[in-house]
Design a protein around this ligand. Structure first.
Ligand code: SF4
Ligand code: SF4
Length: 383
C-alpha cells in the first residue's frame, strides 16, 4: 500500500496574515491549493460549527482558518461556499455567533445553508443510504476543516467525525438511534459516511484545541498546530499521536483497524513539515471513558450496565430548563417535569448528544465503578 502524506505546521495564534502564510506552507508538500482546486470548480468548505459559541470556547473552527482557506481556494479560481449543520440552532445563527458568517461576507464566498437533504446510496458497505446535505452533493471539491477536540462518545473528533455534520439537523438523532449504544456501529457509520463524502483535502485547526470532556464543553488548550492531508483517517492517526490519546479509545480509529481499512497506523503515513515530537503538548486530558473496553459477556452487560458505563447526570444548579437536550435526545429519554430535568436511564442509549449540545455545561458524565477502575488500570498499563 502506498503511503499517504500528512503535513504538520506550527501556528501559535490566529493573527490573519501569519495564519494564511502557515496554511500556504502547510499545503506546499501536498502540491499547494492548486493541486485540489481548479478554475471554475464549486468548492465547499466544511468547518466544525457545532454550536454558536465564541472562538475562545474552542468549539468551532476558527474564522481566520476559514478565511485563509476561502482566499486560497478563490485564488485558485474556485467558487467557494461554506456550511455545516450544527447540533443546536440554525446554521446561520451558529455561523454568525462563531464569526464564520462575517468572514464569508467579507471574502465574497457564499453561505451554504445545509437545509435540504438528499438520499445517497453507497455502492457497498453496511449502510444502505445516507441522507446528507444537498450542498455537499452539489460540490465538486469538498475541503474538510475540523477542529481538534476530544469527544465524550467517540474519544476524539477530527477529520472523520467532522463529516457527520453533512447529515442535516434532526436526521442526526435518527442516526444515533439506529446505532443505539453500540459505539463500534456508530463509528462504522462515520467511516462509511466519510468514504462516501470523500473530501479532497482536510485541514485541521489544532491551534486552540479542546481537551477534557469535549466536544461542546471541554477545556480549550493552546496546541499551536495545523495538520493537513488527503486521507481523513491518516490525519486522525497523526492527531491522536500528537495529543497522546490512546488509539483504542478513539472509536473511528479502532473500528477502522478492526475492519482492515488503510492508513490506521503511523507506518502507513509519510509525515512532513514540522517534527511531530516538537509539537507534542506536555499533557493532554482525554475525555472520560463512557464504557469499558474489554469484552463483558452479553448476559452480564444489562445487569451491570450502571457499573460498566458512564451516564449523563444533570447539574441542577446550572440547568436552565431550556429544553435543548430534551429536543435532541434520540430515544426521547429526557423530559422536563415540575420545572426539573429528568433522564430515563432505561431508555438512554448513552450517546451523550445531551452533553454535547447543552449550551450551559449543565450535563456531565458519571462513570460506573467498573469503568472507573478499568480506566485507572488502563492508564497505569500505558505508562
Ligand atoms: S441540561 Fe442544558 S440543555 Fe438540558 S435543559 Fe438543562 S440547560 Fe437546557
Ligand atoms: S439522555 Fe443524553 S445520553 Fe441518554 S440518550 Fe438522551 S441524549 Fe443520549
Amino acid at each position: 500500500m502506498k503511503k499517504t502524506r500528512v503535513v504538520l505546521q506550527r501556528l501559535d495564534s490566529y493573527d490573519r496574515h501569519p495564519t494564511k502564510a502557515a496554511i500556504e506552507e502547510l499545503l506546499r508538500p501536498l502540491g499547494g491549493i492548486s493541486a485540489f482546486v481548479r478554475p471554475g470548480q464549486r468548492v465547499l468548505l466544511k468547518p466544525n460549527m457545532l454550536a454558536g459559541k465564541g472562538v475562545e470556547a474552542a468549539v468551532t473552527t476558527h474564522p481566520e482558518i476559514v478565511r485563509a482557506v476561502i482566499e486560497l481556494a478563490q485564488s485558485a479560481g474556485g467558487i467557494v461556499s461554506v456550511g455545516d449543520s450544527p447540533g443546536v440552532g440554525t446554521p446561520e445563527q451558529v455561523a454568525q455567533r462563531c464569526g464564520i458568517l462575517a468572514v464569508i461576507k467579507e471574502t465574497g464566498a457564499t453561505f451554504a445553508p445545509f437545509s435540504e437533504s438528499i438520499r445517497i446510496t453507497p455502492r457497498s458497505g453496511t449502510f444502505h443510504h445516507f441522507d446528507i446535505a444537498r450542498d455537499i452533493v452539489d460540490a465538486e471539491v469538498i475541503i474538510n476543516l475540523p477542529k481538534l477536540k476530544t469527544h465524550q462518545m467517540m474519544g476524539m473528533t477530527g477529520a472523520v467525525k467532522n463529516l457527520f455534520g453533512a447529515v442535516v439537523g434532526l436526521r442526526k438523532p435518527h442516526v444515533h438511534l439506529q446505532a443505539g449504544a453500540d459505539k463500534g456501529f456508530f463509528a462504522l457509520m462515520l467511516l462509511e459516511l466519510a468514504e462516501e463524502i470523500r473530501p479532497a483535502l482536510t485541514i485541521v485547526d489544532g491551534v486552540l484545541a479542546m481537551e477534557g470532556d469535549g466536544p461542546g464543553s471541554g477545556d480549550p488548550i493552546l496546541l499551536g498546530v495545523l495538520l493537513a492531508g488527503v486521507e481523513p483517517m491518516a490525519v486522525d492517526v497523526v492527531a491522536a499521536e500528537l495529543t497522546g490519546l490512546a488509539p483504542e479509545t478513539i472509536w473511528t480509529l479502532s473500528e477502522a483497524k478492526r475492519s482492515h481499512r488503510p492508513w490506521t497506523s503511523l507506518e502507513d503515513i509519510d509525515l512532513c513539515g514540522a517534527p511531530l515530537a516538537a509539537l507534542r503538548p506536555r499533557a493532554f486530558k482525554p475525555a472520560k471513558d463512557t464504557a469499558v473496553h474489554f469484552g463483558v459477556p452479553k448476559l452480564l452487560q444489562r445487569p451491570l450496565r450502571r457499573a460498566l458505563s458512564a451516564r449523563p447526570v444533570v447539574d441542577l444548579k446550572k440547568c436552565r430548563r431550556c429544553g435543548i437536550c430534551v429536543a435532541s435526545c434520540p430515544p426521547h429519554a429526557m423530559a422536563i417535569r415540575n420545572d426539573r430535568l429528568h433522564i430515563d436511564e432505561e431508555r438512554c442509549i448513552l450517546c451523550f448528544c445531551c452533553h454535547e449540545l447543552c449550551p450551559y455545561g449543565a450535563l456531565h458524565s458519571q462513570q460506573g465503578l467498573i469503568l472507573r477502575l478499568s480506566q485507572k488500570f488502563g492508564r497505569l498499563r500505558r505508562r
